[in-house]
Each structure stands twice: as structure tokens, then as C-alpha cells.
Write a protein that binds this ligand. Structure first.
Ligand code: NCD
Ligand code: ZN
Length: 345
């Protein structure tokens, strides 16, 4: 039986845990999935748009599970001025997340144009903070969910040219074109890749809202490009699960189903399965544990648990929680060939 004891737990650079009851349900699954560093997304309702909001949110997360290092990012909006950036840096906030208006869950307050934010980006560059980009253009005119990411890539390149020292992460990239664009940018530009986009293509979500997320999974060639990038050992590509829990009642809606796939509980196991399937399990630790930490230059607590990935079957549970607020995990009821086990130190 193949077993890999990771030299340190997984760092997941794109995590949605929400707030309130959902937060209490989901936060304990961060550790279960093998993760000790979680980069927490700010698209709450209302969004996290001030330093005090982010600091208070971090305290609520710590109250649920204090063994995780929570890295915080602010939701880009007109409130995020250069002054707020300087204040955020002092408060230990890591980055700023930019959602184009209307492209995904809770993005109503997102940006319509990047130009007004140039002074904010300049301040971030000066403070060495990270800009997280949801890389899609809104579906207007000739743009639709399948080309929304590719249409965004000139904006990525433009921002990189204007702010060459600003560290930028193209979040949850889903296309061969996005992989290529990130490769063409300098070392300050990286991308996260999710677990589910290593499995899914368009056929898996057309007709199945549980596999529907933004950006949507694309074509088989795109998935192949993601697997190639993730398993390449190139440190520009690292793990960000974009695990995004939604109550089952909101996923079961035929029309207007929420976008987001929940992978947190078995995060490292899904990834190990794909890497192993292409003969690249030796590359999994770099992708899951090393490259993201290096890019972010993070400070973290000493991990309080170890993580072992084992090649043995595990059935993905049908449900996390109960009642209308329960969450359906990715590949619910299916058998995965890998498991993740944590052990307290
Ligand atoms: C995310 C969510 O549910 O918050 N949904 C998703 O489809 N990925 C938001 C996001 O990252 O786009
Ligand atoms: Zn997300």
C-alpha cells in the first residue's frame, strides 16, 4: 500500500467557509482534508471590506478551530483605499480579492473597471500584498461562461505590466489559455488550481448543478492542460481548492442553482487521486504543500498535526450536516482511490 507522510500539512490558498452556522459546520473539515493553512475568501454577505471586519472574522474562525492558520484577504470595493491597504498590512492581512461584478456567488459588490483601483494596486505593490483575481469577464455581448476566462487574460497581462512587482494570483484557472498566459507572465504571477477542475469537464456540470461552479469546467483539452500544469512541478501552479459550500436546497434548484463545489473534507485525497492516475504522485507535495507557501511568503503557526495520504479506497460521504443547510460533497457516494488521515502531534 502506497503511503505518503507529508513533511508538513497542505496549504489551501482558496477556501470558502462562510459565517454563522455554515462556518461552524465547514471549518472543522479544513483539518479533515489535510489542510493547516487556509486562505479565506471574503465574499460573505455583506462582504469583508474593512480591516476590522477581516480581523473579527479571523477571530470567529479561530474560535471554531484554533489549529488552522487563517490567512485573510479583503473584498476589493471602493472602500479599499491605499490608506486601508497600509492599515491592512499592519493588521497582518495577506491580500485583496477582486471579483468582477456579477460573475459568481456574492459578487454583486464587485468591480466594473480596474482603473479606479490603480492607486490601491500601487499601495499593495509597495506593501508587498497579494492580489487575488477572479479571472472572468461578465457575460455581456459576445461573452459567455465558456470564454469568460479567456477574455479576461488581457486584463491579467495589463495589470501585470502596470504593476510588475505586484504579486498576482489568477484564481482557480480552468483553461489551457489561462495556463499559457500565466506561463508567459513573470515570476510575480501565479495561479491556483482546484481539485474539482482536475476531474470535471463541461459534460459533468451540464445537467448536474452539484458540479456547477464558477469558472465552469471547460473542455477535455483544458482539463488536460490543468493536469499537466499541476503535475509539472512548476511552482507557478499551486493548490487552491475553491471549496465552496452551499446548502443543499440552493444546489437542488433547477434554475438559479448556486455556483460552488464543496471539496474541503477530502481535499488532499481528490488531488492525490488525479496525480497518481497520471503517474505523478511524486509531484503532489510540491503542489499541495510547498509552492503556494513559497509564493505567499507566509508566516504560520507550527502545525499541530501531521498528514498522511494513503492509496486505499474511501467512499465520499453523501452529506455533511443535516436538514436544508446540509452540504453535498463533490463526488458524493463515489469511491476515491486515496484517503487523507491526520494525526495530532
Ligand atoms: C464561489 C462561492 O460559492 O463563494 N463559487 C464558485 O462557484 N466558485 C465563489 C467563487 O470563487 O467564484
Ligand atoms: Zn472561490
Amino acid at each position: 500500500m502506497t503511503s505518503i507522510k507529508l513533511s508538513r500539512p497542505v496549504a489551501d490558498f482558496h477556501v470558502h467557509v462562510r459565517d454563522g452556522k455554515m462556518m461552524e459546520l465547514v471549518v472543522p473539515t479544513i483539518k479533515q482534508g489535510g489542510v493547516s493553512v487556509a486562505y479565506i475568501m471574503p465574499n460573505l454577505v455583506p462582504p469583508v471590506t474593512s480591516v476590522s471586519d477581516a480581523v473579527a472574522y479571523r477571530s470567529r474562525l479561530q474560535a471554531v478551530d484554533s489549529s488552522i492558520t487563517y490567512l485573510m484577504t479583503l473584498y476589493l470595493s471602493p472602500k479599499i483605499t491605499p490608506e486601508v491597504i497600509h492599515e491592512a498590512k499592519k493588521a497582518g492581512i495577506t491580500g485583496v480579492k477582486c471579483y468582477p461584478a456579477g460573475v459568481t456567488t456574492n459578487s454583486d459588490y464587485g468591480v466594473a473597471s480596474y482603473v479606479p483601483y490603480y492607486p490601491t494596486f500601487a499601495a499593495m505593490e509597495e506593501e508587498d500584498m497579494v492580489l487575488n483575481l477572479h479571472g472572468e469577464c461578465p457575460s455581456i455581448g459576445h461573452i459567455h461562461v465558456l470564454n469568460a476566462e479567456e477574455e479576461f487574460l488581457p486584463t491579467l497581462k495589463d495589470l501585470h505590466t502596470r504593476f510588475p512587482k505586484l504579486r498576482i494570483v489568477l484564481e482557480h484557472c480552468t483553461s489551457a489559455a489561462a495556463v499559457q498566459a500565466v506561463l508567459e507572465c513573470g515570476p510575480t504571477v501565479s495561479a491556483t488550481i482546484t481539485a474539482h477542475h482536475l476531474f470535471l469537464t463541461i459534460d459533468n456540470w451540464a445537467g448536474n448543478s452539484f458540479n456547477f461552479c464558477k469558472p465552469v469546467a471547460k473542455f477535455p483539452d483544458d482539463r488536460a492542460a490543468l493536469i499537466k500544469a499541476a503535475t509539472s512541478g512548476n511552482p507557478k501552479f499551486f493548490f487552491g481548492s475553491d471549496s465552496a459550500p452551499h446548502p443543499i436546497v440552493n444546489k437542488e434548484k433547477g434554475k438559479g442553482a448556486s455556483a460552488g463545489v464543496f471539496t474541503q473534507t477530502l481535499a488532499a485525497a481528490y488531488v492525490a487521486q488525479v496525480f497518481d492516475s497520471v503517474g505523478a504522485i511524486d509531484k503532489v507535495e510540491g503542489f499541495l504543500c510547498e509552492f503556494g507557501r513559497d509564493f505567499y511568503k507566509i508566516e504560520e503557526m507550527a502545525p499541530s498535526f501531521s498528514v498522511t495520504l494513503t492509496k486505499t479506497d474511501t467512499v465520499v460521504p453523501n452529506l455533511l450536516g443535516e436538514g436544508p443547510g446540509a452540504v453535498v460533497p463533490f463526488m458524493a457516494g463515489e469511491t476515491l482511490g486515496w484517503t487523507v488521515k491526520t494525526e495530532d502531534l
